[in-house]
Each structure stands twice: as structure tokens, then as C-alpha cells.
Design a protein around this ligand. Sequence first.
Ligand code: NAD
Ligand code: TYD
Length: 351
Amino acid sequence: MKKIIITGGAGFIGSHVVRRFVNTYPDYQIINLDKLTYAGNLMNLKDIEQQANYRFVKGDIVDAAFIDELFASEQPDAIIHLAAESHVDRSISNPTEFVMTNVLGTVNLLNAARKYWAGQYADKRFYHVSTDEVYGALAMDSGMFTETTSYDPHSPYSASKASSDHFVRAYHDTYGIDAVISNCSNNYGSHHFPEKLIPLAIHNIKNNKSIPVYGKGENIRDWLWVEDHARAIDVIFHQAKAGSTYNIGGHNEWKNIDLIYLLCQIMDRKLGRAAGESAKLITYVTDRAGHDLRYAIDASKLKNELGWEPSLQFEEGLEKTVDWYLSNEEWLNEVTSGHYQAYYQEQYAKR
Ligand code: NAD
Ligand code: TYD
């Protein structure tokens, strides 16, 4: 029986990874370690929380003593590490929190792995989930990020993720820890916290609030359905060689403004509004500082070596995502109240 600690399992992507592993591998024990920040919500895992192979542990990866005790008592076989501060705008207003969780938290987990797995690295695995944002920004016509693209992060968020990636590689190269890293493009799908572009736009369109488009809306992101990301993590976790890195992406580049117009069309149809009604909510606002122009992932290594490909067309995935948000009002109300609500109001009062 394999025991896996999944960090950040109450968040957006983490909850999809936890669900996939709990449902696909009944003989594994899955421990979800999460601090439950504003972005973590156990409502995300309601459907699987009673399963015999699942457990939740509340804790902070920045707390080295807690992590040490957890490794000592649980003796996990593997870590799938997703816990992070993940929102670029928050990293601009509070970079230190990103250093603490994303860098120090990762190093704490690596130190515990080093201490408790010494001499048995071949049977253990440290899987670090990272982002394509570590590679920096592409010009409009300058190809795609590959696994050998140099790191060039621009935001405090991407700098903290780049730093954590370097530590993971350093612990593999220096101590021999069996580590793998994947760098994924922007995800979308259910349970996505409504501070990120797609769920924020859905939420605002539904409530007839303005849709804030940064700058001219010309920035490009490469969108991947979150369940395809969870499947890629499953494949890489089970098949990748120690020390390897894989890019994960959707081959699905969209200019922000084109994406917003598509979303407005879908929402008009679903809400029974006249065509063009939701698009009236589009509001151009001051650009994000240091805003990366374009991200695009070359995921051919993952396809060629491990056979993974995205499964869903974007238009179909967006429809599914909109349907989920429209029929999960309770979830939206819960996550948009309290802590988040205060932040949300403060940020938007400034615009
Ligand atoms: P998220 O913000 O939705 O969730 C993060 C989770 O980590 C939350 O449940 C939160 O409570 C938990 N957490 C935060 N700080 C913690 C701490 N100190 N100790 C324990 N738990 C803590 O993030 P997400 O979008 O699901 O991203 C998950 C991971 O995937 C991150 O590492 C992120 O960098 C990476 N990633 C995200 C995307 C994306 O598009 N969202 C793309 C590529 C990679
Ligand atoms: P986001 O979802 O924050 O992801 P990331 O910055 O990690 O790519 O933003 C996606 C794109 O949408 C990015 O170019 C910034 C832009 N954006 C807006 O135009 N308005 C918004 O309100 C938000 C949150 C993002």
C-alpha cells in the first residue's frame, strides 16, 4: 500500500488531483495536507471525504517542526506538492508570503524527505507541481516554452516558483532525492477560486458586475482543462524517471479579450440574455505591473515519452465550466464571503 501526502489538496488543482488519486487508486492512502488559506476549501472534496483511503490533515508547510513530525508519524512513500500562494496580483501586493510558502515551505518538505527517506530514495518520490510562468514571457511570434527554456521569472509569484523548482533540482542533484517537476500552463475548470480570470469573469457576468480586463486585453495564455492536468500528474508521477521535468499544456492559446468575448457569448445563451448583453460589462482597467505578454507550452516531450495529450476542446471545456459555476451557487457564495470578500472589495475599490 502506497501512502501519498498531497499538499494543497483543498485548492483548485489539488482537489482535482486528490479526487483522481482517491478514486483511481483505492489501494493507496491519500493524505491531503492543507493550511486552508482563503484559497483552500474542503467543500471542494465533499464527494470523496468519506472514502476509506482519504484523510485530511490541517497544517502549514512553513512550520518545519510540524512537517518533521508529520513525516515521522505518517512515513509517506511520496509527496505530490501543490500547496502554494498562486495568484500573481496577490504576489505583487504581498511578495513575502510567496517566499514563505512557495520557497521555504518547499524546502521544509525537501528537508523532511531528505531526513526520513535517506538510504531509500529509490522507493520514494517527491513530485513538485510548478508553472510555466517560471520561463518568463514570450513575444507574440517567438515559439513556445520547452523544458530547456531558461528560467526568467518576472512576478514575485513566478520568482518564488522558480526558486522552489531550483531547490527541488538541487536536492535531487546533491542528495539523490527522487524528484520530478512539471511546469503547466494556465488551468481552468470547476472549483477555481473567483479571483482568477475565468471564474472571476463568470461570477461578474452572472451578477451584472464589470469584467476587469487588464491593459488592452492582448495578453495571451495557453489554457488547459484542470482534469487533463490532474491526469498528466498521474502519468508523470507513475512513469517519469527520477530527476526529470515535463511541460504540460493545452496547445490552446487565447488572447484575454477573445476569451472574454467567447465567455460572454456562452453566458448570454445560458442566462437567456440578448446576444451582446454580457459583453457590455467589459471594462478596461489599469494593466498589471510587469504583465507577461504571452505564455505557450510545447508539451511534445510528455506526448512522445509518456503518451499524454489534452482530451478536451476549449469551447467544450468552457461550456462545462460555466455549467458548473451556474449550478454551484452555494460553493460560490461560500468562497466569496469572509476573508476573500474583504480582500476583493479592497482591491476593486482601488480600480
Ligand atoms: P490554489 O491557490 O487554488 O490552492 C493552493 C492550496 O494550497 C490551497 O488549498 C491553500 O490552502 C494551500 N496552501 C497555501 N499555503 C499553504 C501552506 N503554507 N501550507 C499548506 N497549504 C497551503 O492554487 P492552484 O491554482 O490549485 O495551484 C496549485 C499548484 O499548481 C501551485 O503550486 C501552482 O503554482 C501550480 N500551478 C497552478 C496553475 C494554475 O493555472 N492555477 C498552473 C500551473 C501550476
Ligand atoms: P490569471 O487568471 O490571474 O492567471 P495568470 O496571471 O497566472 O496567467 O490571469 C490570466 C490573464 O488574465 C492574465 O493575462 C491577467 C488577465 N486578467 C485580467 O485581464 N483581468 C483580471 O481581472 C484578472 C484576474 C486577470
